[in-house]
Design a protein around this ligand. Structure first.
Ligand SMILES: Nc1nc(=O)c2c([nH]1)NC[C@@H]1CN(c3ccc(C(=O)N[C@@H](CCC(=O)O)C(=O)O)cc3)C=[N+]21
Length: 259
């Protein structure tokens, strides 16, 4: 029998500033790591820190052997370049899947990223587990954020869905969402999606905000399947993060024959 030889997986989190929601998400992630035996280190930096200071922490975590995954909690304060900082994360430790090389490989046919962004993978995982076939189906994604909408639209295409993306500048969004077999929304505007935005029988995968984008009371009358907020895609997103951290750790260790 083969046995994996190594140490416990480790996550390094960088948290900049005092945003209440960010602090709460980081707390949830840290607790989830503790529950499954993943070591986690949270490096907190003040709101007014410099880009150089953040880059130094990224570099230090890149070099730590027992940190297998690195997560820079977003959004960052606007004086910091998100682009520069995400580019600095070692691709092999990029458990959020936000490094341009990983996003690029997610986008291109025939290539596999080292990590798939957690919320996107969470949506697909929920659809799979409930037996929702998406090949050839019309899937509408509301929102095109770097964290959820954009990677989710790419991942859905990799799974052979026909994908439309609705965003701030979209004219007549409800005309597009009404055509959807599956609707995914994560824009953070409570109850934006009303009953008349939906086709009867639609599968609705709501985003992971504390109040969902979709008006639940109206949608439940039309949808065949729906995920609630809280307790829907959010917690699955966290599980996908744990999955990515364990994968990152496994890649650095070796299998050995067990006597
Ligand atoms: N670098 C980075 N990576 C992220 O993955 C990332 C991020 N930045 N910035 C913010 C978003 C948001 N996000 C959530 C994850 C889980 C829940 C979650 O578990 N929500 C619970 C409720 C949580 C509560 O009660 O506060 C639920 O839906 O049941 C929510 C939101 C990850 N994000």
């Amino acid at each position: 029998m083969k046995k994996l030889i190594g140490k416990a997986p480790g996550l390094g989190v960088i948290l900049v500033g005092e945003r209440k929601d960010s602090r709460s998400f980081v707390r949830i992630k840290k607790k989830a790591c503790e529950d499954v035996g993943i070591t986690s280190v949270v490096v907190e930096l003040p709101e007014d820190c410099t880009e150089g200071e953040v880059l130094e922490v990224v570099s230090a975590l890149n070099h730590k052997e027992l940190i297998h995954g690195i997560l820079v909690q977003l959004p960052l304060p606007c004086h910091l370049s998100e682009q520069k900082i995400l580019n600095a994360v070692n691709v092999e430790k990029d458990v959020d899947g936000f490094h341009p090389v990983n996003i690029g490989n997610l986008a291109m046919i025939g290539r596999e990223p080292l990590f798939i962004p957690c919320a996107s993978r969470g949506c697909i995982e929920v659809l799979h587990r409930y037996g929702v076939e998406i090949t050839g189906k019309k899937v509408v994604v509301i929102g095109r954020s770097n964290i959820t909408g954009l990677p989710t639209s790419l991942l859905l295409q990799k799974h052979h869905a026909t994908v439309s993306v609705v965003h701030t500048f979209t004219k007549n969004p409800e005309g597009i969402t009404r055509e959807a077999d599956v609707l995914v929304s994560d824009v953070g505007i409570p109850n934006m999606v009303r009953g008349h935005w939906l086709k009867p029988g639609v599968v609705d995968s709501k985003g992971s905000h504390v109040t969902g984008d979709v008006c639940y009371e109206e949608a439940i009358l039309k949808a065949s399947l729906i995920t609630p907020v809280p307790g829907g895609v959010g917690p699955v997103t966290i599980s996908m993060l744990l999955y990515n951290i364990v994968e990152a750790a496994k890649r650095t260790y070796q299998w050995a024959e067990k006597s």
